[in-house]
Design a protein around this ligand. Structure first.
Ligand code: FAD
Length: 694
């Protein structure tokens, strides 16, 4: 049949529309790539990437996507584990997807024979993780529209089959709210959930076991629904590791720990963010405890010229380096010592696999700078290593550890062992050379920057960020080793070196202080800034009440510093009440002299109320001091709408302070405790009550 002009125009429009639809993201979506200058670009992974998940799944022949909303890497890690298991046990064609890398308008065209998993961590006060903010807002918005023009109705996602797991912490009020709310939103839009929404609880320390217990029934239900058949899981590596003996480790193109290409080429280029750290000079470092066996570091980090900005109450993230002792342990037990400086390239065997660090690199650099080798070990990881044990005895022990929850808990978790220590414990005589390096990259999460509440005021020192960090040292009862926090001991070594110690760190941890190719020489540390909602009132005449025992006082040093400067400049500053607690007034009393000098500027408006838990036979904590001062606290809250801030330990202190405040309000106002609790809840919702807890 002949086509007339109108037909041709219509066809032409359809063609343009179709091309536009299928290339959405590839060619014309606004790139939302926060990785500017990161290794992904350097390796070409991200360039020209589609934001259309269905297109991505089709082009890489996948039928299952595991989306993750992750802040510290654990949700990302669980997503990867589900992807691996779905593929090896059930033959699913799986891929993981960072929620911020895709658009969601076309979820309504997600076909019924494909599956979407959502692995979602809840962050802070029931908030989405940074990479899940857009998705969360989209899926819950009243005016959401999908690609077929459909809006919010109970059938919009009727073809979507999904599985959900959340990572939360029951010490926070909004426990696992991300997974709960997303689950609710998806069901409301007509999607079908398979299995129960899982909830892992970091607060109770049962995250891993919650995950393991949740996924078995989920897999059974998924198999039934999708007609999957379980098969014997055989390990298939995700990455190909190729040794390059022809390349020298010091060749220009070899990454020796540089986070991305700009850093490799020797010029740091902003914007600096969670994918691209700034190698910042440490201009000052000192010890602020006066006791021998515990350390707290005060550091001044210079961000001048970096374009990094901060506001009082923000966080700074420090990118750590693993201790040499632990890197040695890891390479030794795996039999990699002789070739630790051999150049390797790492490539995903699947187009959707993302290599978590830039290559070519060396074993040593990958382990030292990019892998969280000291972190807790999962039971499933141990089970997956069993087939690669050096002999039958070791294999039997690994299998037992992998299968027996209580045995694993006693021998591994309670001892705080890292992966190399587990392997040493099972068989230290043999080298575990059968373990594919790929499995280590897959199972060990990417090393995470650690956050610190900035302890300076941006008004007072715009370009210099202060940190107050307590050095983590845990003596595990019954264990023959001391657990040393990765980042804080690295900072401690930097401080010792800055103070002239040629061989920093008394624990023999031996850090590579000068960094890759000596790029951190002269005391530098990689950092970026994370903006927070923990903020002073914009009007300084408004009173504030702060509760910050231990290192929880960090942001309040910044708050008080700011208000002292405002007072000095002649501004009217409201009551500034700080509840601070520590063990002894003579040992770990942070910034004792500074409070006194700030008091000179603030005068009577600054009140410091201390609680020393070990100065007398009767233990006193900030919660009690709060109660003793209940009348004042209530008056400021009720009559002057004071802001109330809590910082520090999330597990106990913050919760108790919340309870105590409700009690104070109920007593002072002569109302029931339940009403007091409601008032505190309302204060939280209106930001009158703010928390910065960890
Ligand atoms: P890690 O190596 O991360 O160890 C931390 C803990 O993990 C250990 O104590 C142990 O409980 C556990 N762990 C480690 N390895 C194992 C293992 N193999 N098995 C079992 N368990 C293990 N801290 C401050 O001092 N000051 C601050 O101002 C501050 N502000 C913060 C603000 C925010 C928003 C957040 C989230 C945290 C803040 N922190 C602060 C805490 C800080 O980020 C770090 O968590 C802390 O310094 C420890 O880091 P690390 O690398 O030294 O220890």
């Amino acid at each position: 049949a002949q086509l007339d002009t109108l037909d041709l125009i219509v066809l032409g429009c359809l063609l343009v529309g179709t091309v536009a639809y299928f290339t959405k993201g590839t060619y014309w979506a606004v790139p939302k790539d926060p990785y500017a200058g990161s290794y992904s670009l350097a390796n070409g992974h991200k360039a020209g990437k589609t934001r259309n998940i269905l297109e991505k799944m089709d082009e890489s022949d996948k039928n299952t996507v595991i989306f993750y909303g992750s802040q510290t890497g654990t949700a990302e890690d669980y997503a990867a584990r589900l992807a691996k298991e779905g593929s090896s046990r059930f033959g699913l064609k799986t891929m993981t997807a960072d929620l911020e890398d895709y658009d969601y308008e076309n979820l309504d065209t997600f076909p019924a024979d494909k599956i979407a998993f959502f692995v979602l961590a809840t962050y802070g006060e029931g908030e989405p993780t940074d990479n899940a903010v857009d998705f969360y807002e989209f899926i819950r918005a009243e005016d959401t529209t999908f690609s077929n023009g459909g809006g919010i109705d109970e059938k919009a996602l009727e073809n979507l089959n999904f599985v959900a797991f959340g990572l939360g912490n029951n010490t926070y009020e909004h426990y696992n709210s991300m997974v709960r709310r997303v689950n609710e939103a998806l069901l409301k839009l007509g999607a079908t959930r398979i299995g129960q929404p899982g909830e892992g609880d970091d607060g109770a320390g049962t995250m891993e076991e919650d995950f393991l217990a949740w996924k078995e029934p989920m897999w059974t239900q998924l198999s039934e629904k999708m007609g999957l058949e379980e098969r014997e899981a055989v390990y298939e590596p995700i990455f190909a590791i190729t040794e390059k003996p022809e390349m020298k480790a010091d060749a220009d193109e070899v990454y020796l720990g540089e986070p991305n290409k700009n850093h490799l080429e020797g010029k740091q280029k902003g914007p600096f963010n969670s994918h691209n750290p700034y190698i910042a000079p440490i201009v000052e470092s000192r010890e602020v405890f006066t006791v021998r066996d515990r350390n707290c570091l005060h550091m001044e980090i210079d961000v001048q010229g970096s374009n990094l900005t901060y506001e009082t109450g923000d966080h700074i993230a420090v990118w750590p380096t693993n201790a040499g002792r632990e890197v040695d342990r890891f390479v030794n037990i795996l039999g990699l010592a002789d070739k630790r400086h051999t150049v390797i390239s790492v490539k995903g065997l699947d187009p959707t696999a993302r290599v978590p660090f830039p290559t070519p690199t060396t074993f040593d650099a990958a382990i030292r700078y990019h892998m969280e080798i000291c972190g807790p070990v999962s039971r499933q990881f141990i089970a997956s290593l069993a087939p690669f044990a050096p002999n039958d005895t070791a294999k039997a022990e690994m299998t037992r550890l992998g299968n027996d929850k209580d045995y694993f808990s006693e021998k591994v978790s309670q001892q705080y062992l890292n992966i190399a220590q587990v392997l040493e414990k099972v068989d230290a005589q043999s080298k575990w050379t059968n373990v594919p390096f790929s499995i280590m990259i897959e199972e060990i999460k990417k090393i995470q920057p650690r956050y610190y509440s900035i302890s300076s005021s941006s008004l007072v020192q715009k370009n210099q960020i202060s940190i107050t960090a307590v050095v983590e040292t845990i003596r595990v009862p019954g264990a023959d080793h001391i657990v040393k926090g990765v980042t804080t001991n690295y900072l401690l070594a930097l401080k010792q070196k800055q103070h002239g110690d040629e061989h920093p760190d008394p624990h023999g941890l031996t850090y590579a202080i000068t960094g890759p190719r000596n790029k951190y020489n002269g005391f530098h540390v990689p950092v970026h800034v994370r903006h927070s909602n923990f903020k002073l009132p914009s009007d300084p005449s408004k009173p504030i009440i702060m509760v910050g025992p231990g290192s929880g006082v960090a942001p309040f040093r910044g708050f008080v510093q700011e208000r002292a400067a405002q007072a000095k400049a002649g501004q009217q500053v409201g009551q500034t009440i700080l509840f601070y607690g520590c063990r002894r007034s003579t040992e770990d009393y942070l910034y004792k002299d500074e409070w006194e000098s700030m008091k000179r500027d603030l005068g009577e408006s600054f009140v410091l109320i201390t609680a020393f838990s070990r100065d007398s036979s009767k233990k006193v904590y900030v919660q009690q001091r709060l109660e003793e001062n209940g009348e004042l606290v209530n008056k400021l809250l009720q009559e002057q709408k004071a802001n109330f801030y809590v910082c520090g330990d999330a597990a106990n202190m913050a919760r108790e302070v919340n309870t105590k405040l409700a009690k104070i309000i109920s007593e002072q106002r002569g109302i029931s405790v339940e009403k007091g609790e409601d008032i505190v809840k309302a204060m939280r919702s209106s930001n009158q009550y703010q928390e910065d807890v960890w």
